[in-house]
Ligand binder design. Structure first.
Ligand code: ASP
Length: 329
């Protein structure tokens, strides 16, 4: 008996194995998927309008011979370096003390992961997350420790402060209200999933987090399993929106596990959004969006509120789409 069937048999008894249709389809789903042909044309999918630019950079990286991991990193580096962006990188809106702190995580096709949280003055937090993954025995580094590691790796600290972000902060200080606004300009992130021409997957998620967040607040974006999860045997997922809701439900991990059980990426994203609905009485008041891709190169996208855009680079075309949503507006 195969090991998984043995384990299931152990839990349920062998009679249950034979008579429970849900379990038998669940158990055979991974086998079916392994037989399905992996997508080998290259693919990139990423959150929000800025995804178009990120996808271009990821694609170019692939054409130059880069791996899925290189595609993911270089794709979002382009957005991190754009200081006119208020939601990712050092141009991002600050916390309630007036300091911009950045969160990012990255995962490769071997299941390795790296993450930095609440790091200051680092222009490319996703690259720093990659260094954590590749050059330390750890997965996560936080705050001053993450910054110290950056310096040790030869990264020059960057003191950039956006005048516009500072002005928005000054305006916010007048009332100092902390209200996550749906879709609109006080939260955003770039999550990107890349598949290279070997059919291997990697992903990255990077953000300055919720605007005017509490000092030290960390959302879902740098949390492996919340803002991002990649399993090269199954697929990958990334999330954006109210990080607290995504962390509570292990959102991206949930999406990947639902795909492992046989769901399409689209079904998995919809079920994950529904899980968020079930667990949050105030679901009408916030936005969360998921993106997913499986090994066959099928993608899915779904959000709580309308207005979640994503960019897909597939079959040589890079296009912006609107995801379906739980509420219709
Ligand atoms: N998920 C991010 C956070 O909670 C923000 C966002 O995606 O808009 O920090």
């Amino acid at each position: 008996m195969k090991r998984r069937n043995f384990l299931l048999g152990g839990i349920l008894g062998s009679g249950a194995m034979l008579t429970t249709p849900w379990i038998s389809s669940w158990a055979s789903a991974p086998e079916k998927r392994r037989r399905s042909k992996p997508f080998m044309d290259g693919l990139v999918i990423s959150t929000w309008n800025a995804g178009i630019v990120a996808n271009e950079h990821a694609w170019k990286t692939m054409q130059e011979g880069g791996s899925a991991l290189d595609m993911a990193e270089k794709g979002v580096n382009a957005i991190e370096a754009d200081f006119s962006n208020r939601y990712v990188g050092l141009g991002g809106l600050p916390d309630r003390e007036g300091t911009t702190t950045l969160d990012a995580c990255i995962m490769d096709s071997k299941g390795m992961a790296g993450s930095v949280m609440c790091v200051e003055k680092v222009k490319y937090p996703s690259s720093l997350a990659r260094l954590v993954m590749e050059r330390t025995p750890h997965v996560q580094l936080v705050g001053a420790g993450a910054q110290q590691f950056a310096v040790e790796q030869g990264i020059a600290l960057d003191d950039y402060v956006s005048e516009e972000a500072q002005q928005m902060y000054d305006e916010w200080l007048v009332k100092s209200e902390y209200k996550p606004v749906i879709n609109v300009e006080n939260h955003d992130t770039i999550g990107l999933l890349a598949m290279d021409r070997m059919g291997d997957l990697a992903g990255v998620c990077t953000t300055s987090g919720m605007a005017f967040k509490m000092k030290g607040r960390v959302g879902d974006s740098p949390i492996i399993g919340a803002g991002l999860y990649v399993d090269n045997e199954v697929g990958g997922a990334t999330a954006t929106g109210l990080g607290e809701a995504v962390v509570r439900t292990c959102g991206s991990f949930l999406v990947v596990e639902l795909m492992r059980q046989g769901m399409s990426p689209q079904e998995a994203c919809e079920v994950a959004v529904d899980r968020i609905r079930k667990k949050h009485a105030n679901v009408k008041d916030f936005q969360v969006g998921f993106l997913a891709v499986n090994k066959a190169g099928e993608v899915g996208a779904f959000s709580v509120q309308p207005g979640f855009s994503y960019a897909l680079h597939k079959h040589g075309e890079n296009k912006l789409f609107q995801a379906g949503s739980l509420f219709k507006g």
